[in-house]
Design a protein around this ligand. Structure first.
Ligand SMILES: [Zn+2]
Length: 593
């Protein structure tokens, strides 16, 4: 559905309220207020895992404390059906697409969005990863049409998502921008006024769904840190504002529309104390808890995402009432079920009626036949690409490592990136962001398990799934030092936690764990020669880092930008050009106390 018709629905819903009320109002006014049941089934951070995810991404601690295999589209469908009743609305909290396996990514995630439609999803908040290919591509995913560069997928012209994407805190930077979300609210002057005082929404802020004669309003929110974690170019026209402020405006909009049963779908969440049941309130209060406790008391439930953790918490809203705050892990391993009752007279949620349960998507059930066939179709389509051998390794090459934060696979990727940018971009060194190294390379291979050290394109893609562009910029020695200092917390760039950039083999340095920010890094050398402050250095990195991603703001001071191949192509090329590759030694960074 387009945002235009979605918001029309919201307006139409409010007008229809009186009729709906009369239809369900009890004949005897003395009778106790009637309530109607509503069930929400929620998913978050699916990341295109149509096939059952492997390794630790495919395991989950269940309600009994056992570690079980979990996830996979056909199993999700079976579990969803088992928990769906006549009162059910399926919703999601973002990162459904982006950073996805090749089966989805090769087709710009159309297979995943189609699957979620088949699942019966009605409303989803956007996550940061929905912006991985930029705002224009997100709009294409929402509304349909073929990809402007790659054309139509083998399934034909893309019809658009069959669920609504919402994002109340995503605004246009330019106040003069035309917004279809705002235009659709034209018939309600007080709503238009509220929103135009607030800003120009780039996405529909809310979606209203009717269930059992009552309207339920869903407010979408995405982490306000999105500009720091997605490629700058694709979102250059957008701003991501404070989640609480945006939720409160959206809540007022819903109220003006007569919608008092309000649910926040937020792509932001908290970390947990590990090892606990998905039904435990194991969340350590952070960015998610701030939102869950501070948004308007009219909001009844806060379903979260982004941190890939599972928890069910009861927090206090600003009026002191209990409010559900939950998350359902990631990769389709957990479905969160929320049962609530709505008073038909006040049209508000009876807070004491809210009950939630995190269901682990086990694989001991019969997989849904239709969805299994659907996944197989896409698997067959992508197989010739995925199964192509691209190189060999002598042993597992891991994306975890020693105390410095350097990892064997990070080193290998940095070497590949330098090799791919030396000629055209005159790169002298390369730096790779650790968060972009998504999976280890295993000797046994996955999921077929050839066991011969062969790396397939599919396996290489699982490591480097972002289709980032390799770039080269000139930094001075002093700017390179600043980049390396920005790896650590405590600086003006506000790095939230230590992120060690993976260096190419010819870049070495030392850092001190105890030194103050700004003087942690010393003895920077390129090919053994000490780097001077004024020296000009050609530095290769992906376009995410060069755009200042992950709080590496000093990259933005780089000059003489050169753009080269995709990062996955650089990696595949390097694997192919070298004989069986042994895990690098992770001796490029030295740590002192
Ligand atoms: Zn996220």
């Amino acid at each position: 559905m387009t945002s235009r018709s979605l918001l029309r629905l919201a307006v139409a819903g409010a007008v229809a309220t009186t009729t709906a009320l009369m239809a369900v109002a009890p004949a005897d006014a003395q009778q106790a207020p009637r309530t109607v049941p509503v069930r929400l089934l929620a998913l978050n951070d699916f990341h295109g895992n149509l096939e059952p995810p492997t390794g630790s991404s495919g395991r989950m601690i269940d309600e009994n404390g056992a570690t079980v295999d979990a996830g996979g589209a056909a199993y999700i469908a079976t579990h969803m059906k088992a928990h769906t009743d006549a009162n059910t609305i399926a919703v999601a909290q973002g990162d459904l697409i982006g950073a996805t396996p090749l089966i989805s990514a090769a087709y710009h995630d159309e297979p995943s969005v189609e699957f979620l439609g088949k699942l019966g999803l009605k409303v989803a908040a956007v996550g940061n990863h929905e912006f991985d290919e930029g705002y224009a591509e997100l709009r294409r995913i929402m509304k349909g049409g073929c990809h402007p560069v790659d054309g139509c997928s083998p399934a034909g012209e893309w019809k658009g998502a069959s669920y609504d994407y919402v994002g109340a805190n995503v605004l246009f930077k330019n106040a003069g921008e035309k917004s279809d979300a705002l235009a659709a609210l034209g018939s309600r002057p007080e709503v238009t006024k509220l929103l135009s005082d607030w800003g120009v929404p780039a996405l529909p802020p809310v979606s209203v769904k009717w269930m059992n004669g009552v309207p339920v309003g869903f407010i979408g929110l995405v982490t306000q840190t999105t500009p720091g974690i997605v490629t700058a170019e694709g979102i250059k026209d957008l701003k991501f504002v404070d989640e609480v402020k945006a939720a409160n405006v959206a809540s007022k909009v819903l109220k003006l529309l007569g919608v008092k049963a309000q649910v926040v779908l937020v792509h932001e969440g908290d970390q947990v104390t590990p090892g606990q049941s998905p039904d435990a309130c194991s969340a350590v209060p952070g960015a998610g808890n701030r939102i869950a406790t501070q948004v308007d008391p009219e909001i009844d439930v806060v379903l979260s995402g982004h941190s890939h953790q599972a928890y069910l918490c009861k927090v206090k809203d600003p009026a002191g009432n209990d409010r559900l705050y939950s998350q359902g892990g990631s990769f389709g391993r957990v479905i969160t079920q929320v049962d609530l009752k709505v008073d038909v007279r006040t049209r508000d949620v009876v807070r004491s009626s809210v009950v939630a349960d995190n269901h682990v998507v086990t694989r001991t059930v019969e997989p849904d036949r239709d969805v299994a066939d659907f996944v197989q179709t896409w698997k067959d389509r992508v197989a010739p690409v995925a199964n192509r051998p691209v190189g060999r390794i002598t042993a597992d090459i891991k994306n975890t490592g020693g105390p410095s934060g350097e990892t064997p696979l990070g080193d290998l990727i940095a070497d590949a990136q330098l090799a791919a940018t030396k000629t055209g971009g005159n790169a002298q060194i390369a730096l790779m962001n650790p968060g972009g190294v998504r999976m280890p390379l295993t000797y046994a291979g996955s999921p077929a398990g050839e066991g011969d050290g062969v790396v397939t394109y599919g396996e290489a893609f699982a490591v480097q799934p972002f289709n980032n562009l390799m770039q080269v910029v000139t930094l001075t020695g002093a700017q390179l030092k600043t980049v390396l200092e920005q790896q650590f917390t405590g600086g003006p760039n506000n790095q939230p936690f230590t992120k060690i950039l993976q260096p190419s083999a010819n870049l070495t340095y030392t850092y001190s764990t105890s030194a103050a920010w700004g003087s942690k890094v010393s003895d920077i050398r390129i090919d053994g020669t000490p780097v001077t402050d004024t020296q000009q250095i050609r530095v290769a990195a992906n376009n995410f880092l060069v755009g200042g991603g992950d709080a590496f703001l000093a990259f933005k001071d780089g000059t003489d930008l050169w753009s080269g191949p995709l990062d996955i192509d650089a990696f595949v090329d390097h694997l192919g050009k070298n004989g069986p590759i042994a895990p690098p030694a992770t001796d490029r960074i030295t740590v002192t106390s």
